[in-house]
Unconditional design. Structure first.
Length: 171
């Protein structure tokens, strides 16, 4: 099957909306993508046409996007492009461009970001956090927090001593 895969860079235009259905969790938001071009007559960059896409993210990506994205933030979205068509009944046709996202991230060419790995939680189990919104994510413990030796160097990570168990000075 041929799919149209796209990578789009733009700004979050609407607040992400999170929903949980029987089939899974989804977040939807609108993405504004404005082309830029060099205006020779004015000698400066100018804004071109703005396209709007509805972005849908599912499951864990939905929860992470809900916890990470805000209106106005620059993002990069990768996924499958779908163009939907509907007849409005009065002879007018309506078109909508949607992206079924496989990856979403902040555009680091326009700012900085901090990554926080999320912990995988079995849904419906005792660690589910009953009563908490689905978009609230638990953070894992710091993997470098295995104790430290002199100079703040981790003593062990995942049970392996610092330096992989090898003494670099012992030859």
């Amino acid at each position: 099957m041929n799919e149209t895969l796209v990578t789009v860079v733009g700004n979050v235009a609407t607040a992400p909306v999170f929903r949980e259905f029987g089939t899974g969790r989804v977040v939807r938001f609108r993405l504004a993508v404005t082309s830029r071009y060099w205006d020779r007559t004015g000698g400066a960059w100018a804004d071109g046409h703005t396209n709007f896409f509805t972005v849908c993210a599912w499951r864990g990506l939905a929860e992470n996007a809900m916890a990470s994205l805000s209106v106005g933030e620059p993002v990069v979205v990768q996924g499958r492009l779908k163009v939907r068509q509907d007849d409005r009944g009065d002879g007018k046709q309506w078109f909508a461009a949607e992206i079924d996202a496989s990856a979403i991230g902040h555009d680091l060419s326009r700012g900085t970001s901090t990554f926080h790995r999320t912990r995988t939680v079995q849904r419906g189990g005792p660690a589910d956090g009953a009563g908490e919104p689905a978009a609230v994510r638990s953070r894992t413990a710091d993997p470098w927090d295995g104790g430290t030796v002199a100079g703040g160097v981790p003593a062990a990570v995942d049970g392996v001593p610092a330096g992989g168990g090898l003494d670099p000075l012992a030859v």
